[in-house]
Design a protein around this ligand. Sequence first.
Ligand SMILES: Cc1cc2nc3c(=O)[nH]c(=O)nc-3n(C[C@H](O)[C@H](O)[C@H](O)COP(=O)(O)OP(=O)(O)OC[C@H]3O[C@@H](n4cnc5c(N)ncnc54)[C@H](O)[C@@H]3O)c2cc1C
Length: 331
Amino acid sequence: MADLALVVAEQQDGKLKKITYEMLTAARQVADELDTEVGVIVLGDGLDADALAADLGARGADVVFVGDDPALGSYAAEAYSTVIQRLVEDEEPTLVLFGMTPMGRDLAPCVAAKVNGGLASDITGLRVEDGELVITRPIFSGQAIATVRVKRPPVLATVRPNTWSAAQPAGDDEADVETLDVDDLPENAVHVLSVEAKESERPELTEASIIVAGGRGLQGPENFHLIEELADLLGAAVGTTRAVVDAGWRPYEEQVGQTGKTVSPQLYIAIGISGAIQHVSGMRTSRYIVAINKDPEAPIFKIADYGIVGDLFKVVPELIQAVKEYKAANQ
Ligand SMILES: Cc1cc2nc3c(=O)[nH]c(=O)nc-3n(C[C@H](O)[C@H](O)[C@H](O)COP(=O)(O)OP(=O)(O)OC[C@H]3O[C@@H](n4cnc5c(N)ncnc54)[C@H](O)[C@@H]3O)c2cc1C
């Protein structure tokens, strides 16, 4: 039937993650041109289908497919891919979008193998040309952009977070709800015994709109309070480099780059970071890049939109003060 663009939602405790709304924007954009409906599949345990239909409908989804079962409470490749496979075989969507997230990176190839579809990973662009989907994706650590067409339907793709803006509620349309068959799911090879949420007020690195990242120029872990204070004032996540992680100054989950996380925030502030290719490959698609470095020849300035050449121990406290004053004046 091929009249559906499908988004594979990500949720935690029934609350949809931002990447779901971003994928909804991407799907809606091409669905209008392809003249297809937009569906969102939400899997979990104890989901509120009516609330999902209201929320996703107001943001542009036509239909919400809900798979609700204890076996879907935590992400597991076997059960999730089986439910999605059944839906794809029933509905034959033109396009299936996953987040380029830990879940999506694992799930998308499983589904692609099961439905024999073509998969484009880490996409940053999606358009329709002559009725066909055309995808763009960074390659070679972001040094080049590849344009690809997936020849074997359905087209599956993982979407880089923060590339599309999140779909916002507009109006009070409700999406239709379809309840999915969750019988006879395969036994999961991995059982999640417990999930310990990290206690942090800061946004998750890959979801954050603003990232303040500190490098070896900070000279030691005791100086990262500067990065944290600026981040908290801006509602930002904290990022860092591998050099800092290897030195044991900051945890690995904050590492941005080739062997860390790929991020694409609206604003990336790189402080005391040289801009090695392995770091840049993880953040070069940020909307705006601000670099603070005392070395005017530092490679980070080649990709920065705004650069401050100076000693971070002087510049950052001034920046913190300026943000505080701005916030006080605009409260
Ligand atoms: C296989 C491989 C994978 C890698 N993966 C990653 C990865 O995922 N992520 C990653 O980040 N790196 C990665 N690296 C390491 C990468 O090559 C760099 O070594 C690392 O990014 C450098 O980190 P840095 O910028 O913090 O440190 P440095 O390169 O040491 O830069 C510190 C910067 O701080 C500036 N500075 C110093 N003092 C001040 C001051 N007072 N005020 C202002 N500026 C100051 C300096 O001018 C300098 O530019 C990888 C390397 C390899 C080989």
